[in-house]
Design a binder for this molecule. Structure first.
Ligand code: BGC
Length: 730
């Protein structure tokens, strides 16, 4: 921008950094109650509150509960088990402080929903919130007070297996869904019998692991941290999240579990967070491996002084804090502050009044018809139609269908990573779903063809013969559940094993072919994308996955999912994300521009992409002003018309670009989206509002501001298409 010279006074607006975070039910009146409790506690009892153990079944665990020497257990579940331990804490310990039971309720407790990345593909925060509320209701009925979710790590690298647990690559979508999940778990009252405390994780930048290798080092500039990785955490804290979990990774040389800058300066001072932070599993102990602590005492000191209140399973606090206090290296005031934060959440959870869980609730709350209906809707909305040449989909219900592939009838794999209490037996597989939707179930036949992994092609022949006898082939291929999630990074993103060869040989029969991909991440499928006429991305869709896929295949549901990440053609393109910088040499036909010699620079499918059985036309982009001050709000609208022949949802997306800034700016940034249902021929004007929150960014001094200059704005169906306008900030 040319008018940004020294003589021009910049119009700068700083966005208020305090988030006015408020955990549901919190009011300062509970502080005196906390004071009174802390005043009665011995040092051992205080340190006990800071320690969490996994299990809870051993004699040692029971003794600690009875002695008031433990604050929380993880992985204990069920009213009977949790009540038994709770009884020891409440009735036998000196002060009767109740225990808090935590569990990884990541995408459902018993009623398993699609994996979080799949839910993100719904771009439907209301439905995501309802799914989290179901998970909370089921979990609390089984004695759980606290889930280690939502996982809000932005990930730009699908090699990282934990990409499955988050909402993809975009800070705006990620922040919106982070808030939705926190609301869903916590509601307005943490003490309600159907709500649980959220734990936003993994704080922070865990998803930036170098090479996509889990637990690996991260180097992220403070600006990128603030513009890309922190927004979902900030949104979750603003939504009232009760707790956070610190991450395993080191960030710019300081492990996230001992980082005063992120844990204290940002979280507590900038955002005003009143809840507590739990370490990840022994991530305080791992400070020794990181080489930032010479011994456990130093690890405990670093973690506590950085701002970690609870030690998950590591026993570092239990073993080291008494000595550190005795030597005067950790003050009683620091211990008290940590204890206060934990007691605050226990009070808000209503545990002092209602420490126990009614055992009858368990049976009433799990897998209710209502929960299953929400799971089915969530699974439907998360499915992304990637290709549908010649309208091969939807299928006729009376077709003779060959369902081929190793994942077509695998219940366990549809549960996905972090299956919690999900039971394989509850899962409707794709084969079952297709059979129950078909007019004549016995016309739907199945051949596995091969395994997910390995090189055995002995089943190919049967699959090919079956394909030849059928009207249409549905090939269900992808990743088993254990190929994504924690410690499940992959260096190759192709279909594992001989699955692609199976698809190729089946395609060679010339029968109409639909590929349904089940996976925890995008897979590199250049041949399939080119040669197969219809492709559905159905992720790991939870207990109702098979019905949901059948709903889409037969047209009972018009697919509406959109990719929450950029889908690479080959692993060598990674990291590949839509909101990249322009560079000094943006891609063009010339050699000397940013590109590869051997592969295109473009992705297989862009961020925000997904097809429908209908078509949607965009027109009449309109801005209520073309110039505005940095504090003003701008309304942008467009008319979206269902120009096809079937009713359906369109996800209308708004992107902006700040054409020149004091630091380089992304080529596009998502700043709004709306899911709208339109009947054939129906049009609707869709409006978005843009203001400092959407137009600002962190400058060279890490101040969040809106700078003067020109902006472009697009409203469209994905990050690569749309109708365009512009405006100027004075
Ligand atoms: C994971 C966390 C999880 C914790 C407790 C760790 O290994 O990184 O995401 O919440 O275990 O199960």
């Amino acid at each position: 921008m040319n008018h940004r010279g020294g003589l021009v006074v910049w119009a700068i607006i700083l966005i208020p950094v305090m988030l006015a975070a408020q955990i549901p039910g919190y009011g300062t009146e509970i502080e005196s109650r906390i004071d009174a409790m802390v005043a009665q506690m011995t040092l051992d009892e205080k340190i006990g509150q800071l320690q969490q153990y996994a299990g809870g079944e051993s004699a040692e665990h029971r003794e600690m509960a009875a002695a008031g020497r433990v604050g929380s257990f993880l992985n204990v579940r069920g009213a009977e088990s949790t009540n038994a331990l709770q009884k020891l804490a409440v009735e036998n310990s000196r002060l009767g402080i109740p225990l808090m039971f935590g569990l990884d309720v990541i995408h459902g407790y018993k009623t398993l929903f699609p994996i979080p990345l799949a839910e993100a593909a719904s771009w439907n925060p209301e439905l995501v919130e309802r799914a989290a509320a179901v998970a909370a209701r089921e979990a609390r009925a089984c004695g759980i007070h606290w889930t280690f979710a939502p996982m809000v790590d932005i990930a730009r690298d699908p090699r990282w297996g934990r990409i499955a647990e988050g909402s993809g690559e975009d800070p705006y979508l990620g922040a919106t869904l982070a808030a939705a999940r926190v609301h869903g778990f916590q509601g307005m009252d943490l003490s309600a019998p159907d709500r649980i405390a959220a734990c936003v994780k993994h704080y922070v930048a865990y998803g930036a692991a170098e090479g996509g290798r889990d637990y690996n080092t991260t180097e992220v500039s403070e600006r990128t941290l603030r513009d890309v990785y922190l927004p979902p955490f900030a949104a979750a804290v603003r939504a009232g999240a009760a707790t956070l979990m610190s991450a395993f990774n080191d960030l710019n040389g300081i492990p996230a579990s001992a980082n005063p800058f992120t844990l204290t300066d940002i979280l507590r001072h900038e955002w005003g967070f009143k809840g507590f932070v739990v370490s990840d599993w022994n991530s305080i102990g791992e400070l020794l491996n990181h080489g930032i602590a010479a011994d456990s005492a130093e690890a405990a000191w670093r973690a506590l002084s950085a701002g970690i209140e609870m030690d998950m399973e590591g026993r570092i606090y239990k073993n080291a804090l008494p000595g550190l206090v005795e030597r005067g290296l950790v003050s009683t005031a620091a211990i008290d502050e940590a204890v206060r934060r934990i007691l605050r959440i226990k009070i808000l959870l209503g545990l002092f009044e209602n420490p126990y869980t009614d055992p009858d609730l368990e049976k009433q709350m799990l897998r209710t018809p209502e929960n299953l209906a929400i799971a089915r809707q969530m699974a439907r909305e998360s499915i992304v139609l990637l290709k549908n040449d010649k309208n091969i989909l939807p299928l006729s219900r009376s077709a003779r269908v060959a369902v081929i592939g190793p994942l077509a009838d695998r219940q366990q794999d549809l549960l996905g990573t972090w299956a919690c209490e999900g039971e394989a037996g509850d899962v409707i597989t794709l084969l079952q779903g297709i059979r129950s939707a078909a007019v004549k179930p016995d016309l739907v036949l199945h051949a596995r063809g091969c395994d997910v992994l390995g090189s055995d092609r002995s089943g190919f022949k049967e699959a090919i013969q079956l394909a030849k006898r059928s009207d249409v082939v549905i090939a269900v291929v992808g990743e088993s559940a254990d190929l994504s999630g924690e410690a499940s990074s992959r260096a190759d993103l192709a279909l594992p094993g001989v699955q692609e060869q199976l698809v190729q040989e089946v395609a060679a029969t010339g029968k109409p072919l639909v590929v349904v991909l089940l996976a925890g991440r995008p897979l590199t499928i250049p041949w399939i994308a080119e040669q197969v006429p219809a492709i559905l991305m159905a992720w790991h869709g939870g207990v109702q996955a098979g019905s949901a896929v059948a709903d889409v295949l037969f047209g009972d549901y018009n697919p509406s999912g959109r990719l929450p990440l950029t889908w690479p053609r080959t692993v060598g393109q990674v990291p590949l994300y839509y909101n990249h910088k322009n560079t000094g040499r943006p891609t063009n036909e010339q050699k000397w521009s940013t590109k590869y010699l051997d592969w295109p620079i473009t992705p297989q499918y862009v961020f925000g992409f997904g097809r429908s059985y209908s078509t949607f036309a965009y027109s009449h982009l309109s801005l209520d002003k073309n110039e505005m001050g940095p504090r003003a709000m701008l309304t942008v609208s467009a008319v979206v018309k269902n120009s096809g022949r079937v009713a359906g949802d369109e996800v209308v997306q708004l992107y902006v670009r700040d054409l020149a800034g004091s630091v380089t700016r992304p080529v596009k940034e998502l700043k709004g989206f709306k899911r709208v249902y339109l009947e054939p021929g129906e049009s609707r004007k869709i409006e978005f509002t843009l203001g400092p929150g959407e137009l600002g960014f962190h400058d060279a001094h890490h101040r969040h501001q809106v700078e003067p200059g020109r902006f472009k704005v697009w409203i469209g169906p994905n990050s690569a298409e749309g109708i365009e306008g512009d405006f100027c900030v004075r």
